[in-house]
Write a protein that binds this ligand. Structure first.
Ligand code: ZN
Length: 161
């Protein structure tokens, strides 16, 4: 999603711009883990400027689906991510970690959202705080011939969690 903030940067009767848009990102991969984004990511916030640097403060809300790290079941969850980023038109900005590049007062939010997701998504994905994992699940499912019993055995033999 590209947002043009020329009015703000030229300071023509605006001192802030409200941001409210949806960006479609289908999938992200964090440390080899695939996370499906089920709905367009909703982004809200506000951009202000001192005339040189544009400052965005806001948040992104996403509904995602991924595999639980403990019980390997797919689950759906919502994640709200706070964001605060600075943007500059200056292509000679020597600190690329501090500023994102704007092109002619246009901000491309998609890489910003992607980068923030990689920085702030949890390192561990659990279907619930007290997920008992695959071992306990297998204990409940006592049928030797069920796929869960087989999986359970496999995990035990591997010294699984
Ligand atoms: Zn789980």
């Amino acid at each position: 999603m590209i947002i043009n903030i020329s009015d703000l940067m030229k300071r023509s009767n605006v001192d802030s711009i409200n941001i409210d848009f949806e960006d479609k990102i289908d999938i992200i991969e964090i440390c080899g883990k695939i996370i499906k984004i089920l709905e367009p990511i909703k982004v809200t916030g506000i951009i202000t400027t001192d005339g040189e640097i544009a400052n965005f403060i806001g948040e992104a809300t996403l509904k995602f689906q991924t595999e639980c790290d403990r019980c390997i079941n797919d689950y759906v969850s919502t994640f709200i991510m706070k964001m605060e980023e600075k943007f500059t038109n200056d292509s000679y900005s020597d600190d690329e970690t501090e500023y994102y590049q704007m092109n002619d007062n246009k901000i491309d939010f998609t890489p910003v959202i992607n980068h923030n997701l990689h920085m702030s998504m949890p390192m561990k994905f659990l279907c619930s705080e007290d997920c008992k994992g695959i071992i306990n699940r297998g204990e409940i499912d006592t049928n030797e011939f069920s796929p869960f019993a087989k999986l359970n055995k496999m995990f035990k033999n591997q010294g699984g969690r």
